[in-house]
Design a protein around this ligand. Structure first.
Ligand code: CTP
Length: 405
């Protein structure tokens, strides 16, 4: 998969830089083109001569090549790359890129890069676990960077803990997976809903639920990474997303979500309704703030349209419709019923009884059910990993259906 792929390796000041010559050898063996850029701090750990010999290209460090005024264009470098990988990524560089700083060539290339960027952190465990490093990594994830998390193990300091860079062989496998998956949903239009809805009572109050949107956003990213054109209709959440293949439409109420979804439904090949849409809304909206004059306040609720059921009724042949079910009792039975009642192809069952699963958690445990009777239990994993499993399940479904037709 790596043959002819253009890969920028950005090396920063971390002792794990000693593993990068081996990484470059592995990439070159698979016929990738490798351009190394070093931060000045990286020069203390590995020599440009070793890296340029192995990569077959001069190593770039500063903005200016020589005294003759020639310069290394960060824009051209960024446009050249199919992938940029910052390995090892030190705590200092992670902090700088999260803040948008560009005071060396590698940082400027990162800021200009539109290609996927992988960050491979490597540092002492305490530095890695420090809240500022963790919050920088969360920010960078939201900006679309893929983090190849370090593992626990022996560290250069002699201590044992999290922060050890992944081995070059594993990094090469992750890159191979990336290029293999990249086009599996090319030319596929995917409509995804995410997050809760707000049903207004008066100008300051609304009815909502605990959904954070994490699952739907992770799904949008997984589809987009595989080349799909994604429309993400999101209820009010605090998440950000930035990906060239994702168009984000923000809505507030269930009625707005229905409008946005129906605008894009007919053109979608795959529809995944991950939103926790409010089933009811206040019958009337008070334009003035409701005063606490009454001892008992009654708010009458009326049913919202079920967007997914409407889609099930109107779907065209070939469209793939996926729903979510959040159940607290008789989970499997209820999910199978919902799949049938809403005329879905697949349903993702979340059980609130599972530890670490459901609203607000970064992890989830789900069961994937298809209308043909396939049922796959996915153990507790991060929502990002679960989203990959869901996308694989949908991909296999489409593949089998196409073979049968
Ligand atoms: N859904 C929807 N429109 C609604 C309510 C739900 O599109 N008005 C979608 C959700 O996005 C989800 C699926 O329907 O994919 C299941 O929603 P859920 O609330 O679990 O099921 P309901 O059918 O509302 O049934 P109940 O609340 O009674 O369990």
């Amino acid at each position: 998969m790596l043959q002819g792929k253009k890969i920028i390796i950005g090396i920063t000041g971390s002792i794990a830089a000693f593993k990068i010559p081996h990484l470059i050898r592995l990439l070159r063996k698979q016929e990738a083109e490798v351009q190394v850029i070093m931060t000045p701090a990286a020069l203390d750990f590995v020599t440009p001569l070793t890296l340029s010999t192995l990569s077959g290209k001069p190593v770039l460090i500063g903005f200016f090549k020589t005294d003759d005024g020639l310069w290394n264009s960060h824009i051209e470098l960024a446009a050249w790359a199919d992938v940029m990988m910052i390995a090892p990524a030190s705590a200092n560089t992670i902090g700088k890129i999260a803040a948008g700083l560009a005071d060396n060539l590698m940082l400027a290339v990162y800021l200009a890069a539109r290609c996927p960027v992988f960050l491979v952190p490597a540092m002492d465990a305490d530095m890695y676990l420090h809240p500022s490093t963790q919050s920088n990594l969360t920010t960078l994830r939201q900006y679309g960077a893929r983090i190849i998390d370090p593992v626990e193990g022996e560290l250069a300091s002699g201590l044992h803990g999290a922060g050890r860079m992944r081995e070059p062989e594993e990094i090469v496998r992750i890159l191979n997976d990336h290029f293999e998956k990249k086009n599996s949903f090319r030319k596929t239009k995917v409509l995804i809903s995410a997050g809760p809805t707000h049903e207004p009572i008066d100008p300051v109050r609304y009815i909502t639920n605990h959904s954070t949107g994490k699952m739907g956003y992770a799904l949008a990213e997984s589809f987009a990474d595989r080349g799909a054109d994604v429309i993400l209709v999101s209820g009010p959440v605090s998440l950000e997303i930035s990906h060239p293949n994702i168009r984000l439409i923000r809505v507030n109420s269930a009625a707005e979500m229905k409008n946005a979804c129906s605008d894009h439904f007919a053109g979608a090949d795959v529809i995944v309704m991950a939103a926790a849409v409010s089933d009811y809304r206040p019958e009337s909206f008070s334009p003035e703030k409701i005063k606490k004059t009454e001892k008992i306040l009654e708010i009458r609720l009326v049913k919202n349209d079920d967007i997914l059921s409407w889609m099930g009724e109107t779907a065209k042949r070939g469209q793939v419709l996926v729903g979510f079910a959040l159940e607290t009792t008789n989970e499997l039975l209820n999910a199978r019923k919902k799949l049938k009642a809403k005329k879905l192809d697949m349903i993702v069952l979340n059980s609130l009884r599972d530890q670490g699963a459901g609203f607000g958690h970064d992890t989830n445990r789900v069961t994937l059910i298809s209308r043909k009777g396939d049922e796959i239990e996915i153990p507790l994993k991060t929502k990002k990993q679960i989203s990959e499993d869901i996308v694989n399940f949908i991909g296999n479904w489409i593949h089998t259906r196409n073979l049968e037709e």
